[in-house]
Design a protein around this ligand. Structure first.
Ligand code: OOB
Length: 543
């Protein structure tokens, strides 16, 4: 099994320690401390469950002991695929306490993605729910995954476990659990948005991740009195750490889990639990802005609304800010690989509405370079590169991708095109790569093209993003058919059977006779996608 590592050069690591960014804290260590300091305070509120810090700590202990009793060994990786339920927290803190390493899957992922994560992480375990909110049976997925990946030896199910181990029954000798892990060790694996090909695994350490959410707490005003609502999937980096549920737990605050981000579900919860802060992607923020002015629910407790994951245009930002006038809009532009930018709570409206903020840390180093690698003049768009105390230096086991994604001196090439204001705030202008940012869900064009090419009646495929009023962007697949001409609806139905996350199924399918590239000879996929997108926009200017 390949060891997990994330290593900064000794000089940088010493600097981050000396600056007080890395303090030797760990994820299980901070929760133990909170449980000792404020055992009775509410930590997790979800469904009909209300867990205090003491209860969360105890449940994590039982889960940890149960994981080890079932045969998992410290260092083993475990794919976690749970929705916004309290058990998500018992599971991840249980894994941390047992020195096991969660790999965060989203509830929408299906067999194709899960087997990819299992294989890439060489995972020995999988934790899932019995069924999803949509009725999807994760146990059936687990069965298929075990067939495909015999290394998967342990499946734990929250709910009706059938032949698998019931998560609720996990127990063992809590007294025999290991002490706190090494703060410089990898705490978990996040998944990348997969800008090229399949998702990559992102190893984050206790030191670096805790710094990112501890500093975020300060920037977003999270205190022990805060109540943070998780409306987006809890396993995503944004609701986890910007400042996220981990930030809230670090502060000793309450985490309120919303099973859905829709106003119908989230608004009554905000009123009931007096939620003070939450985070949304732009399309949802706009939906909330539509619903807020006429809702019968009292939203007056809400003080901060973070919006990020995809570009919030200035006009949309204005609408969001006006709909909840007593709630402060805060833009956040971040990535699971590290760098996170925020507008600040005391910033003037021009910066809050029209920029995506500035980095968390004085030690975040940001470069904006042209395609030749030279710095662009101030205000001009260029490629964003970043390195710093919570930005990774490498993906897990991705030699070729690492050589492309990182410079020799350790900067991460974000793939985003940004400009910088005189105040040092970043404005996202677009991106260099070919992925689709569908309401914050990142879809790799290449990954979808690969699926489409497996269809017997597809000769060639090119997937592009097109602007969408609600989603920000949607996906359109251009196909050159061969043999019998397939119907676009049939292609979409066929894609669903590929057992991929639903958000990856192309929103639109267009059949073309050729990509009309012969006149200019061979062109790159990137250039081809750009031309097809331009052609589509010229034909459908209103979309
Ligand atoms: C967040 O993380 P990821 O890893 O799902 O996606 C990162 C990418 C960025 O490279 C950028 O292309 C895009 O998502 N993005 C934004 C944005 N926030 C993220 N593009 C424009 N404006 C924004 N505000 O999406 C994520 C992680 C932590 C905090 C917030 C978002």
């Amino acid at each position: 099994m390949l060891p997990l590592r994330q290593v900064w050069p000794a000089e940088a690591a010493a600097r981050y320690c000396a600056a007080g960014h890395w303090r030797g804290e760990t994820l299980p260590g901070f929760l133990r401390q909170r449980a000792a300091e404020r055992p009775e305070a509410l930590a997790i509120i979800g469904g009909d469950q209300r867990w205090s810090y003491a209860e969360l700590w105890a449940r994590a202990g039982r889960a940890a002991a149960g994981f080890l009793a079932s045969g998992l060994r410290p260092g083993d990786r475990v794919v976690v695929q749970l929705g916004n339920v309290p058990e998500f927290f018992a599971a991840i803190f249980g894994l941390f306490r047992a020195h096991l390493v969660p790999v965060y899957a989203l509830p929408g992922h299906r067999l194709t993605e899960i087997t990819h994560f299992l294989r890439k992480a060489e995972a020995a375990g999988y934790i899932c729910a019995d069924r999803g909110a949509d009725g999807f049976d994760y146990r059936a997925l687990a069965r298929q995954a075990r067939e495909a990946e015999p290394g998967l030896r342990h499946v734990f199910v929250v709910g009706e476990a059938e032949e698998f181990s019931a998560f609720a029954a996990l127990d063992g000798d809590v007294g025999a659990l290991p002490g706190d892990p090494d703060p410089a060790s990898v705490a978990f694996l996040q998944i990348s948005g997969g800008t090229t090909g399949l998702s990559k695994l992102i190893p984050r350490t206790h030191d670096d991740y805790i710094y990112s959410f501890r500093a975020s707490n300060e920037i977003c005003g999270v205190t022990p009195d805060s109540a943070l609502m998780v409306a987006l999937p809890a396993a995503h980096n944004f609701p986890m750490s910007s400042p996220g549920h981990l930030g809230a737990l670090y502060a000793g605050a309450r985490v309120v889990l919303s099973p859905s981000p829709s106003p119908e579900v989230a608004f009554p919860l905000i009123a009931r639990e007096r939620v003070t802060i939450t985070g949304l992607v732009p399309p949802l923020a706009l939906l909330w802005a539509e619903a807020a002015p006429t809702t019968p629910h009292d939203l007056s407790s809400l003080k901060v609304q973070l919006v990020g994951g995809a570009k919030l245009t200035t006009e949309a930002a204005r609408r969001v800010a006006e709909a909840l006038p007593r709630c402060q809009l805060q833009q956040v532009f971040g990535m699971a690989e590290g760098l996170v930018n925020y507008t600040r709570l005391d910033d003037p409206p021009e910066l809050v509405l029209a920029t995506q903020g500035r980095p968390i840390s004085p030690d975040d180093e940001v470069l904006i370079l042209d395609d030749q690698g030279h710095p662009v003049p101030e205000g001009q768009p260029g490629n964003l590169l970043a390195r710093g105390p919570y930005t990774i230096r490498a993906y897990h086991n991705e030699e070729a991708a690492n050589a492309r994604s990182f410079t020799p001196d350790g900067y991460y090439r974000t793939g985003d095109i940004v400009s910088r204001t005189p105040e040092g705030y970043l404005v996202v202008q677009g991106r260099a790569g070919d992925h689709i940012n569908r309401a914050g869900e990142k879809i790799s064009a290449e990954e979808i093209e690969d699926h489409l090419l497996a269809h017997p009646n597809v000769f060639d495929a090119a997937v592009v993003s097109v602007p969408d009023e609600f989603l920000g962007e949607r996906s359109c697949a251009f196909l050159i058919p061969r043999g019998e001409r397939p119907k676009p609806a049939a292609i979409r139905a066929w894609m669903r059977q590929r057992q991929i996350a639903d958000f990856k199924v192309p929103d639109q399918v267009v059949l073309v006779d050729s990509f009309e590239t012969t006149a200019v000879g061979k062109i790159s996929r990137k250039e081809l996608r750009a031309r097809l997108r331009a052609r589509l926009l010229a034909e459908q200017p209103e979309s």
